[in-house]
Design a binder for this molecule. Structure first.
Ligand SMILES: Nc1ncnc2c1ncn2[C@@H]1O[C@H](COP(=O)(O)OP(=O)(O)OP(=O)(O)O)[C@@H](O)[C@H]1O
Length: 346
């Protein structure tokens, strides 16, 4: 029976406070086809300055989750706290104030076509009631920060997709929010532009101490910039934790999606294990030593190396270990002694 990945993080502990905290949040939609539990007792804890990614299939509840964080959706039960304000309990002016703590970017940018890049960024500040001079200065400053100072007077139709999203980011950050929410912000961009926009988000997060909550259906996004990730399915968080924890959590589906090792071969009665290594960039020396020192030959069934979390090289190799139960046990002990995370797959 496949093992269910442990949730390494006690995210439902309400005593812990992060920049974003969801505690037991539920939301049900009543549709002609019946009730849809879009969020089913979701608890989530995002640390200050962290980039937290939520991944899941279409319909998993990702958009509903992010919409509760900027109060576009009210939960039926549970609490949502953003930068110290319990926004799920606020109304009116207090809610509008609290909303300013989070800026948001979107898949299709949502820029006003009748305004220049500068005018789009200024809009956030107009809504916040900032005076004309200060608004212009701040908009120019933030456009400079996203590398678009020279395109301030361009209209959205004159900008590339990547440039439009940079304007979107500048607009989201103009009023100095603590949190950036990203709803599939790179899904409409080509791979190279995706990478440059993700790298920009990561740089801004580090430079400004900005906490980022992003939703995506792409593992590449999680790999490239996230410090932590959660997997959603049918309105529930199935797994949740720091990337380093997830890759060494037995049965983690996020880790399996990160390292694509393919299907298991037909059962020949041999033990199959996945070994995960984070320090060295190759498992080959260990496998060679296993043969030399222990006299145990293994077959490599698959290998994947990934750069996660903005630079850490991590790899996973799938091995088939023939031989007696005793030899298999010796091989497993040996691999663990080498500091590798070993998971028996079959
Ligand atoms: N306003 C609504 N009225 C009725 N049902 C809704 C509403 N909003 C979302 N749902 C339903 O709730 C479930 C979760 O939807 P949600 O959009 O949050 O998922 P998602 O993971 O963001 O999917 P996608 O990536 O396709 O946007 C789906 O079954 C959806 O049809």
């Amino acid at each position: 029976m496949p093992r269910r990945a442990a949730t390494p993080r006690a995210s439902s502990d309400p005593r812990r406070t992060g920049v974003i905290d969801l505690v037991e949040v539920s939301k049900t939609f009543r549709t002609p086809g019946g009730e849809v539990h879009a969020l089913d007792h979701v608890s989530l804890h995002v640390e200050p300055g962290e980039i937290f990614g939520i991944v899941g299939q279409s319909g998993a509840g990702k958009s509903t989750l992010i919409r509760t964080v900027n109060a576009l959706e009210q939960p039926d039960s549970g609490t949502v706290t953003v930068a110290g304000a319990t926004i799920s309990e606020l109304r009116g002016k207090e809610l509008r104030e609290a909303r300013r703590r989070a800026g948001m970017i979107f898949q299709h940018f949502n820029l006003l076509s009748s305004r220049t890049a500068l005018g789009n960024v200024e809009l956030t500040l107009e809504i916040a009631g900032t005076g004309r001079g200060a608004r212009r200065r701040r908009a120019q400053e933030i456009l400079d920060l996203v590398g678009l100072a020279d395109r301030a007077d361009a209209y959205p139709a004159q900008l590339s997709g990547g440039q439009k999203q940079r304007v979107g980011i500048a607009r989201a950050l103009a009023d100095n929010p603590r949190v950036l929410l990203s709803d599939e912000a790179t899904s409409a961009l080509d791979p190279e532009t995706t990478r440059s926009v993700l790298d920009l988000i990561r740089r801004l997060s580090r430079e400004l101490g900005l906490t980022v909550l992003l939703i995506t259906h792409e593992m590449d996004v999680i790999k490239r910039i996230c410090d932590s990730a959660a997997l959603m399915e049918h309105g529930r968080i199935i797994e949740n934790g720091a990337m380093e924890q997830l890759i060494t959590t037995p049965g983690s589906r996020l880790a399996a999606a990160l390292f694509e090792l393919g299907e298991l071969p037909p059962d020949r009665g041999h033990r199959i294990v996945d070994i995960t290594f984070t320090k060295q960039t190759s498992s080959e020396p260990v496998i060679a030593k296993l043969a030399r020192d222990q006299g145990i030959d293994v077959a490599i069934l698959g290998a994947a190396i990934e750069t996660i979390h903005g630079g850490t090289q991590t790899g996973r190799t799938r091995l088939e270990i023939p031989g007696s139960a005793d030899e298999v046990e010796r091989a497993l002990t040996y691999l663990r002694e080498q500091g590798l995370f070993v998971e028996v797959v079959r």
